[in-house]
Design a protein around this ligand. Sequence first.
Ligand SMILES: [Zn+2]
Length: 609
Amino acid sequence: MSPTSSLDTKEQVRQATDIVDLIGQYLTLRREGRAYKALCPWHDDTNPSLQINPERQSWKCWVCDIGGDVFSFVMQREGISFPEALSMLAERAGIELKSFPGAASAAAGKKSLYEVAAWAEDAFHRCLTTDPASAPAREYLQQRGITKESIEQFHLGFAPNEWDWLLRRANADGISINNLIKIGLLATSSRTGRQYDRFKGRVLFSIRDTQHRPIAMGGRILPEYEDEKSAKYINSPETPLFSKSNQLYGLDRARDTITQLEGKRHAIVMEGYTDCVIANQFGFHESLAVLGTALGERHVRLLSRYADQITLVLDGDAAGQRRANEILNLFIAGQLDLRVLTLPDGLDPCDFLLERGADAFREQLASARDALDHKLFVATDGVEIGSGSHEANRALEEILSTVAQAPQLQSGGHIQTKLREDQFLARLASKFRVPEETVRERVVALRKTARRASRVQDSIASHNPLQIQEPWERELIEIILQEPESVSRAVESIAPEQLSDPACQRIFACCRELSLAGETPNFDRLVLEFDDPAMKNLLVELDERGRDRGGSDLAAQLPDLLLSFQRRNEKRNQQQTTAALKEKKFAEDQEVTILQNLIDQQRARQRDS
Ligand SMILES: [Zn+2]
């Protein structure tokens, strides 16, 4: 439970956030009676199974067994913690977070950084589109095949080749120079100690986060300003707003397309901004780009929230191939389906599309190798396989250990993936001229080791819904959620410690406390008391089930439930006492009193019934 001081804030933010509005920002909603439905983004959903209950301000997917309130929705969707969700929704509602002093000042600080980043994006964009001095930049983009529409859609910009252009603009507009330094747009010269425009003379690609906020820049130097000293491409440095291993260029735009794709949610990851922009022009709106770094574990985690399948389009060079090989294990071990595409003739996606068009690119995408085949291709490159040489054995071992790491290929996976594995191993055996039996045995052995390591990982990473073992405890909470006034009656007969399920115990203890403080522990209040998404989910589940079973009429069942609880409790005590008596745990005079008590209890029960 959270301290009461923050409860007001949570309540205020919750009041200001409508769940239909909020989820509607992420998913397409369909109205059904008083409720709304959407395609659940967390499973392969074909008929909308994410239910939104506007009255309760709750959501639930029974297939995934996840649900909760506005907070747990953004936690789940954005992969963030409760405080982050609270601050995000507070910001969205224009509420200042007073009760978290640390968070509030940090949020306020960050807020002004976002504002400055947005100001800069706008200044650079207007410079590119309206300033006569930007003519060479516009010409350059046109030559690269980038249209005016793309310039608008991607908020492209230009920084004139003057060291103090941004500085002067900032001073004129009253923008904090300090903040511009913090977000990496201004740098400080080590020679003169003066600030200068880090991106001067560059065409700028605005990097936005998934909430569409500008956070950083990627810059391509105009060819006429190129010299040996300056890199062709640079990005903003790591700042409080930006970390290149956490961000992907174009994800803010691609995300909606990806989650709304029919069938498999597919993303195309490229290596350059221009590739991504041009791919969008050709209708591949699910394209994004890494930011001057290889695709890493955090990118994969980020992407797996939205996509089930990724095609990584590599530049044809050897470095690109190596980069892909490094991340293959990551994908094969994860739940994502990775395909790797190397375009022919050393072309990058941008040139390929401009030269050969969308259909040819689509054909290439369809022919992309899956991660295992790519692994085989890379591991055996330049190796004389089938020769039984040391090198060939090492390549085979490398491939097999990759196969062993793939959880979806392990027993219990889909029949289709099992088949794929069988075929792949058969192919390996014949390629390397090794008995199939040997290959399979080796995978089994490697897998045993891999499984031990991954089990720990799984239990941490997986979302484990809370399961309640005691049906009567579940019923008790269901009744309370439907008829909160009934709590006072329940707390007279039951102490929270008497409940055996830890989650029910926590909920009931909270109900009891609220009730003793003269407050009504209704659904809204309870769901707000718990920040933990698993608890929120459980409350929504019990609430929905309770409503299906009769709503507030359920309260009529409470006396019977309490009575049977008391009986069960007495019986358990009796059994324990009888067992203790049998084991001669009491002194003789004690025994008589205890026996007398047992008989009295028995009689009282017979009288009652
Ligand atoms: Zn679902």
